[in-house]
Design a binder for this molecule. Structure first.
Ligand code: MG
Length: 401
C-alpha cells in the first residue's frame, strides 16, 4: 500500500473546489487533503475542514480567518488557521502537499500559483490569471522549480489529453499543425448585434451548457472567456497565435481538438463536468473514476461546428490583439475586462460597453515588458483605474454608451 498524496486546494469554497473535493473523497486511498484555502467564506470552509481535517486552512480576509479559528477550536479541530494573502503562498509551497489545485481567481491566485511552481509542485491550473497575466513567468518558474503544470480548464485539459506525451510545457512538439479551442457560443450565439447590445446581466448569466460563476458566465457571453483561453493555450502549448483557432461547438461535448500535419485530428469528448479534467490531472498518467455521467453518443445526436463571429463578439478579437502584442497587454486586457464585467453586473454599463471599455483601456495604458510580478501588478492597477474612469465618464455622458 502506498501512502496517499497530499493535496492543497486553493479556492476550495468555489465550484472548482467543490468538484475537486468530490473527486478526492472518492479516492481516500490515493489522496489526502492537507490544506484548504479561500478568500472569505469561513462557514463553507469550516464544513470542509471538519470533513477533510486538513493540517492547515487559510483565508485571505483576516476577520473571516478569526471566525474560522474560533469555530474550529469550538469543534475541537486541530486544523491550523492562517490569514492574509501570503497565507495562500504558504500553503501552496507546503512540503506535505506535493499536489496543488489552483482555483483562486484574481491577483491572489497569481502569486500562490507562482509559489507552487517555484516549490516544484504538480500544479493543476484552474484559474486563468496566472497564465493570462504572467504566462512566461509562470512557465519559467515551473521549469526552474521542476514543477509539472497540468491544465484544468476543460479546453486546455482536452488539448493536453490529445497532445504528444512527454512534450515540454510551453514548447510545441514537431508535427502539430494547429489547435482548435471549442466554444459553446454562449447564450447570445443566435442573437442579433442589437439584441446583444441590450442584454441584461440575468440573460448573460444563463449559460446553456455549463453551470458557472457570474463573472465567467458574462465572459462566456462576450466570448472573452474564449479569448483568455487563446492566450492560455499559447502559453501552455507554445504555438504561434495563428495556430490557435476557435470553433463554435454548441453541444459542448467535444472539449477541444489538436490537428497534426499528417491530417489527423484528435479530440477529447465527454459530459460537460469539471470533475473529468480534475480527475485526469489528479491521477495523470493513470485514470480514475470521477463520478461523471458517461456520454451516450447515440443519444447526444448531431455535433455542430461553425466559425465564431468576431463582429458580434468583439472581445474575441481584442483578446487576440492582446495576445499578439504580448508583454503586459494580456494583463491589461484581463484587468479592464474584470472591471467592465463588474460594472455590467452592477447595472453601470451596457453589455456592448464591455468591449468599448476594454478597447479604450488597451489604447490608454502602455503595455511594456512583463519583467516581474511587480510590473504585472502595476499594469493591472493602472488598467483598473483607466477602466473605472472610462466607465464613470460614460455614466456622466448624456446618452450613456
Ligand atoms: Mg474553459
Amino acid at each position: 500500500m502506498s501512502t496517499p498524496v497530499g493535496i492543497a486546494v486553493l479556492g476550495s469554497t468555489g465550484s472548482i473546489g467543490d468538484s475537486t473535493l468530490d473527486v478526492v473523497a472518492r479516492h481516500p486511498d490515493r489522496f489526502k487533503i492537507v490544506a484548504l484555502g479561500a478568500r472569505r467564506d469561513h462557514e463553507k470552509l469550516l464544513a470542509q475542514c471538519l470533513k477533510f481535517q486538513p493540517e492547515c486552512a487559510a483565508l485571505v480576509e483576516p476577520e473571516a480567518a478569526r471566525e474560522l479559528e474560533h469555530a474550529l477550536r469550538q469543534a475541537g479541530s486541530k486544523t491550523r488557521v492562517l490569514a492574509g494573502e501570503a497565507a495562500l503562498d504558504e500553503i501552496a509551497a507546503m512540503p506535505s502537499a506535493p499536489f496543488v489545485m489552483a482555483g483562486i481567481v484574481g491577483a491572489a491566485g497569481l502569486s500562490s500559483s507562482l509559489a507552487a511552481a517555484r516549490a516544484g509542485k504538480r500544479l493543476m491550473i484552474a484559474n486563468k490569471e496566472p497564465l493570462v497575466m504572467a504566462g512566461p513567468m509562470l512557465i519559467e518558474a515551473a521549469r526552474e522549480g521542476r514543477a509539472t503544470l497540468l491544465p484544468i480548464d476543460s479546453e486546455h485539459n482536452a488539448i493536453f489529453q490529445c497532445w504528444p506525451s512527454g512534450a515540454e510545457t510551453g514548447r510545441a512538439p514537431k508535427g502539430v499543425r494547429r489547435i482548435l479551442l471549442t466554444a459553446s457560443g454562449g447564450p447570445f450565439v443566435d442573437w442579433s448585434a442589437e439584441q446583444i447590445a441590450a442584454a441584461t446581466p440575468e440573460q448573460a448569466c444563463r449559460h446553456p451548457r455549463w453551470v458557472m460563476g457570474r463573472k465567467i458566465s458574462v465572459d462566456s457571453a462576450t466570448l472573452m472567456n474564449k479569448g483568455l483561453e487563446v492566450i492560455e493555450a499559447r502559453m501552455l502549448f507554445g504555438l504561434p497565435l495563428e495556430q490557435v483557432e476557435v470553433v463554435v461547438h454548441r453541444q459542448s461535448l467535444v472539449h477541444s481538438l489538436v490537428e497534426y500535419v499528417d491530417g489527423s485530428m484528435l479530440a477529447q469528448l465527454g459530459s460537460p463536468d469539471m470533475r473529468t479534467p480534475i480527475a485526469h490531472a489528479l491521477a495523470w498518467p493513470d485514470r480514475i473514476d470521477s463520478g461523471v455521467q458517461f456520454l451516450d453518443l447515440a443519444r447526444a445526436g448531431v455535433l455542430q461546428f461553425e466559425p465564431p463571429d468576431t463582429g458580434r463578439f468583439p472581445c474575441l478579437a481584442l483578446a487576440r490583439q492582446a495576445a499578439a502584442a504580448g508583454g503586459l497587454a494580456p494583463a491589461i486586457l484581463n484587468a479592464a475586462n474584470e472591471v467592465a464585467v463588474a460594472a455590467f453586473l452592477e447595472g453601470h454599463l451596457n453589455f456592448s460597453g464591455i468591449p468599448t471599455v476594454i478597447d479604450s483601456v488597451m489604447n490608454a495604458v502602455p503595455a511594456g515588458e512583463a519583467k516581474d510580478l511587480e510590473s504585472v501588478l502595476a499594469a493591472d492597477t493602472a488598467a483598473r483605474g483607466a477602466a473605472l474612469r472610462r466607465i464613470a465618464e460614460g455614466r456622466h455622458a448624456p446618452r450613456g454608451h
